[in-house]
Design a protein around this ligand. Structure first.
Ligand code: ZN
Length: 469
């Protein structure tokens, strides 16, 4: 399996530190608003990376943080006459709601900055003690010149950066070098703060990921991931902090997903083409958003538009229809085996080979989806020609496995979790009784009651099926 490593700018064979185990950290959102489509991409992409690693038999420890201390959250709290904590609690819950909708598995740990303060202060102190950081009037800065490898991820040259930065920005007199960044900043009136050896204040953004990654995964991890906009300065600074402390490699592989554009333009609030996942989900189901994100290679830019979303919806519909037809076929098939079963099964395994070849090549989900479409075609053709139940079941097993690696088509699981399941099924049973007694008025009234609950029912040969709209 090959992964494109931003650190080396090459596709490299993936070999985890410890056989069979993968330690993975993905930078999470700053929680001051609903997550937007640009945040959704790393959620879906790296969840799929995780699912594929699990499919290959790895045990994955997956950490994704929530940044719940930040200027933007404080600004939002002031606007809403609320507190930073209330704002972040709200948007953490909303982010998890959207992530669940997108069928993103929960991380092994979702740490939050506000709950990691002692460890953050400890790491900053360690950086000071080791000569990589300095304090001035309650602000602690990282000394970028103290870390000779600074710039190795973004391939930037520190001296050029210093020269460039001093032309662009007004010099902060307290900084030794213009590229130095804040690890701890002093309290401002009316803002939340924590006590520290340098006075009351709060941490800068970059330190949190170094601290949480170390605490939950150790000094060296296998994969660190995020959007490509994080390469510089965020990930560069994380490397400087972590490696200066431990003297060890921080992350062995660095993965970055590409940008999302909207109608071929950069997404921005001012351009009015800024969409939250919640807004999009009102027009297209979450599963279509996920499928759309996986339709392109994760490192390429991805263009979002209504037309492309519609195309994804149609594509997903084609896959779903095949799944339903196959299920129906299996339920009604009376030919248990046939002479060509072994041949069919070999053909079915061929789709797995194709799928894995695509995913092994730096998670090429676009080609993996093509392999699923080919399996769909195989299923449709063989339903028409009439393959055996044994072969049909093998096709179904393969189909479910491949879809589950991509995290698509998993609505069945959600139906089981429906909180109103008991009530719905008892109403359906009552309706069946009423129909049996030819009391159609009652039967129709129950159907309306179910519709009002958002439930659609369908009478089939196998009994009544119900769906939540
Ligand atoms: Zn981070």
């Amino acid at each position: 399996m090959k992964i494109y490593n931003t650190l080396t700018r090459k596709k490299e064979e993936f070999v985890p530190m410890e056989p069979g185990k993968v330690k993975m950290y993905v930078c999470g959102p700053t929680v001051y608003n609903y997550i937007h489509i640009g945040n959704a991409r790393p959620y879906v992409v790296f969840d799929t990376v995780r699912r594929y690693l699990e499919h290959k038999g790895y045990e994955v420890t997956y950490v994704q943080n929530f940044t719940d201390v930040d200027d933007k959250i404080i600004k939002r709290a002031n606007e809403e006459h609320s507190s930073m904590q209330a704002v972040s609690e709200k948007y953490i819950a909303e982010a998890l709601h959207d992530a669940d909708g997108l069928n993103v598995k929960r991380a092994t740990v979702h740490p939050r900055v506000t709950q990691e303060m002692p460890e953050i202060i400890e790491m900053i102190q360690e950086l000071i003690d080791k000569g990589h950081a300095y304090e001035d009037n309650g602000t602690v800065y990282y000394d970028t010149k103290s870390f000779p490898e600074y710039g190795k991820l973004s391939k930037k040259n520190l001296d050029e950066l210093i020269a460039g930065a001093s032309e662009r920005v007004e010099a902060d007199a307290a900084k030794k070098n213009s590229t130095d960044f804040v690890l701890w900043k002093p309290k401002k009136e009316g803002e939340p703060s924590w006590p520290s050896p340098w006075g009351d204040g709060r941490p800068g953004w970059h330190i949190e990921c170094s601290v949480m990654s170390k605490k939950y995964l150790g000094e060296t991890i296998d994969i660190h991931a995020g959007g490509e906009d994080l390469i510089f300065p965020h990930h560069e600074n994380e490397i400087a902090q972590s490696e200066a402390c431990s003297g060890k490699i921080f992350s062995r592989y660095w993965m970055h997903n590409g940008f999302i554009t909207v109608d071929n333009e950069k997404m921005s609030k001012s351009a009015g083409n800024f969409f939250t996942v919640r807004e999009i989900s009102e027009k297209f189901p979450y599963e279509v958003i996920r499928f759309f994100i996986l339709s392109g290679h994760y490192r390429m830019p991805l263009n979002f538009s209504d037309t492309l979303m519609q195309a994804s919806q149609n594509g997903l519909e084609r896959i779903k229809t095949a799944a339903q037809s196959l299920e129906h076929y299996i339920a009604n098939c009376t030919t248990e085996t046939k002479a060509d079963d072994a041949e069919k099964e070999a053909e079915i395994n061929g789709f797995l080979t194709k799928f894995e070849a695509a995913m092994d090549d730096d998670f090429n989900t676009a080609d993996a989806i093509t392999a699923i479409y080919e399996l769909v075609k195989f299923i449709n053709v063989n339903i028409t020609e009439g393959f055996s139940k044994k072969a049909a079941l093998a096709a179904q097993k393969m189909f479910n496995e491949l879809c589950s690696v991509l995290g698509i088509l998993q609505s069945e699981e959600k139906e089981e979790e429906d909180p109103e399941k008991e009530k719905i099924e008892s109403l359906i049973a009552k309706r069946a009784e009423a129909k049996k007694a030819k009391d159609f008025a009652t039967a129709d009234a129950i159907r309306d009651e179910l519709a009002a609950m958002g439930i659609t029912i369908k009478d089939t040969r196998q009994g009544v099926q119900w769906f939540r709209a």
